[in-house]
Design a protein around this ligand. Sequence first.
Ligand code: F6P
Length: 323
Amino acid sequence: MKRIAVFTSGGDSPGMNACIRAVVRTCVYYNLENFGIIRGYQGMIEGNFIPMKSSSVSNIIQYGGTILKSARSKEFFSPEGRKKAYRNLQHHEIDGLVAIGGDGTFRGASIFSKETGIPVIGIPGTIDNDLYGTDFTIGYDTAINTAVEAIDKIRNTADSHDRIFFVEVMGRDAGFIAMECGIGSGAEVIMVPETITTMQEVFDILKQGWNRQKTSSIIIVAEGDEEGNASMVASKVKEKFPHIDARVLVLGHIQRGGSPSAYDRVLASRLGLGAVEGLINGMTHKMVGIVNGKLTFTEFDECVSRKKEINQELLRITEILRV
Ligand code: F6P
């Protein structure tokens, strides 16, 4: 292994820069050459490679986003696209890849490494925390803190105006963000795709609150909840209780930005170093993660096919603490 390329792909997440820095600096430590690929798989197809040295990643650990930029490449789905990408890797004499991203990134990496034989190690970089094989993904901690900060502010105005706020958080089809920012902000209801929360349950929880003179409430809705998004849930509640003063807030991409938390920076540093050492030790087709505090490597296919479960204890906490 002489030359490694690193790229970020899919939705960006805070801590990706800290991770790129760790990959580049570990390569420098082991006397490996390093290239960054701009805009993920799309940049690989277009030949957008830049040489990286230690100073290329100076002063970036504290910044959100990704200096390598990110994209969701449609072209990479096709064998022709992947052939172009491989030709560019050969042209730059790359003999190992570090892919930072989420499940889509690893699906691509899995096919690509099987087709071409190029060694690839994945690093979980997504705010969704929905990857099997790691307790936490890079960016998740920052995203839930961003959401909690926003919800705290919403609670002030909800309280002043006796309103119910329906706050939609990201997570595609996973409820990790909703669950933890819901508990952290003391939300009355948390709706996640992993469990069924019926509208009747929502009505009952609201009524219980009113019975004890509660005048405002926060309902967190994960974007992939089975009852629909926050607007849909709000309409159903409004239909049942026309007297309520309801507002909908979609937190959206604000959750993907901002300076990474200390936790995300440390996680990114551990995983970046682990990925490069994994490649040096002859590993491929695996995602590096942290499980119970220890660095682990899990097959890409397992990471994307197995579902990471929501901690049942968190569900119980929600039910007990909202009364
Ligand atoms: O996977 C990260 C994520 O932020 C999801 O939570 C969300 O559903 C999706 O990306 C949004 O994607 P886009 O940036 O393409 O709108």
